[in-house]
Write a protein that binds this ligand. Structure first.
Ligand SMILES: [Fe+2]
Ligand SMILES: [Fe+2]
Length: 473
């Protein structure tokens, strides 16, 4: 038997087993609620087969074309096991307009449980196939990727612009949450999932990174660490892109952004969530997270060739270019470009986020000004200039008082090169503090008027009860 025939034969055998095990999940759902341990056990058995099929490190794809099922593009014919499973799965997938289901050995079993539950609900008339994509998104299913019969359902790759960026951004937060959970519970990092979401971020930012930068104004979509890490990843990719790094470097810096605070898993929660001042001991505990993060990323299973760059990012993100910061190093050393990028965007996002010990986030222009005033010997000044230029004087999401007295939120930037600092704003409150009519104003367009509108001051969104998220998403 030649190698390829041998591997095809193995795929066919395991493919039949995979089909049978998926059907076993549906059978378990006939007996139990979807969260029940019986359904979980059936999902685990699906993943056992996926792990065997996935040995080469790729994804496992189950596809249906007409009345045939394919596993990793190999047609699985009926036979060798009950034809009932085969026909039932084929009918079910066709009924739900599903084209492919992709998974890998690291897919959380609960995603299999959720998908099976939703498919069963469709067969019982409890929902429609049209609602499936939305339900999967809402329930945070991100490792299992489902595509639908062409042209009929909203596939991620058919979405464009803002919708795609929003979906990728919010999806990344969900993925990172489950990666951190797995790192804590199972002591392993699913680096492939991290890499995949970073690649999606990069691709969705390719044509216009503006809206994705907008989304980093979202600070409280989930727990701070996940939201913050995704923001650091997005901002780092955008800055790396602005200074002309290669696609591979963007991917490494993006992964480093996602995992830079992974070492915080080793810090007791009562220290991380402490409202008051940290004691010297507690401060030392917090300062271990770059080393712990480095060790985790560098040593855990599944980290591929990018691992050193990603691990170094975790190690160096609190180090200044003059060697100050932490962890303490014996002598000043050259800090990598990725780490210098991370150091800037990490501080910026942390300052502009609400924290337990500082419930009012700093306005973006103030944070930029603090970074600008920081010791020249500590921060890479040229990178900082790129960063400030990228965000503008009034970063997206900044709440401002206009010269008319109205309060508005920055939702864009002037596209005119001669006045790049002029924002596009959306009115929130009128000059009397009443809800303003729904109006978006490009301040540049008012320059030709007798009294052009200008920004008088930057305000604290929380003080005015303004939920930035409502205007950004
Ligand atoms: Fe950190
Ligand atoms: Fe951080």
């Amino acid at each position: 038997m030649s190698d390829s025939t041998e591997s095809d034969g193995r795929t066919i055998t395991l493919g039949r087993l995979l089909i049978a095990r998926w059907m076993a999940v549906f059978k378990a759902l006939g007996l139990y609620e979807w969260q029940h341990s019986g359904v979980r056990a059936a999902a685990d058995r699906v993943l056992e087969v996926v792990a065997l099929l996935d040995e080469s490190g790729g994804e496992v794809q189950l596809a249906v074309r007409g009345d045939s099922i394919f596993v990793n593009s190999i047609r699985i014919r009926e036979g060798g096991f009950s034809a009932v499973s085969y026909q039932s799965l084929e009918r079910l997938l066709n009924l739900c307009d599903i084209n492919t289901i992709s998974m890998d050995a690291e897919t959380p079993p609960n995603e299999i449980q959720v998908l099976a539950y939703l498919l069963r609900r469709i067969t019982e008339g409890g929902s429609t196939a049209d609602e499936l994509a939305r339900e999967l998104e809402v329930r945070g299913v991100t490792s299992l990727v489902v595509t639908f019969a062409k042209g009929e359902k909203p596939q991620a790759d058919m979405l464009e612009g803002k919708e795609l960026q929003k979906r990728v951004y919010l999806g990344s937060i969900g993925v990172l949450k489950s990666v951190f959970h797995e790192a804590r519970e199972k002591d392993r990092i699913n680096s492939r999932r991290v890499k995949r979401v970073v690649q999606q971020l990069i691709e969705s930012m390719e044509t216009d990174p503006g809206y994705m930068l907008n989304l980093t104004s979202v600070k409280n979509y989930d727990e701070y660490t996940f939201n913050h890490s995704v923001n650091v990843s997005v901002l780092a990719v955008a800055l790396a892109r602005a200074v002309g790094l290669s696609r591979r470097q963007l991917c490494i810096v993006g992964q480093a952004g996602m995992l830079h605070d992974l070492g915080k898993l080793c810090i007791p929660k009562h220290v991380l969530n402490k409202k008051g001042r940290l004691t010297p001991d507690e401060r030392l505990q917090v300062q271990t997270h770059p080393v712990e993060g480095f060790l985790s990323v560098a040593s855990k299973q599944g980290v591929a060739s990018d691992s050193i760059g990603v691990a170094l990012g975790a190690y160096e993100h609190h180090l200044n270019i003059d060697g100050s910061g932490y962890p303490k190093v014996a002598s000043a050393r050259a800090i990598g470009l990725s780490s210098r990028i991370l150091a800037i965007v990490d501080r910026y996002d942390a300052m502009t986020s609400a924290r337990i010990y500082r419930t009012t986030p700093m306005a973006p222009p103030k944070a930029l000004s603090i970074l600008h005033q920081s010791q020249r010997t500590q921060t890479d000044q040229s990178l900082l200039r790129y960063f400030m230029n990228m965000l503008g004087c009034f970063p997206l999401g900044t709440v401002v008082r206009l010269s008319s007295g109205c309060i508005a939120i920055v939702v864009g930037r002037s596209t005119r090169d001669d006045v790049p600092h002029m924002p596009v704003v959306k009115l929130v409150l009128d000059e009397m503090g009443r809800p303003a009519p729904d109006d978006t104003i490009d301040l540049v367009s008012t320059l030709k008027d007798g009294e052009p509108l200008t920004v008088l001051e930057v305000l604290d969104a929380a003080e005015y009860g303004i939920e930035v998220l409502d205007y950004i998403l």
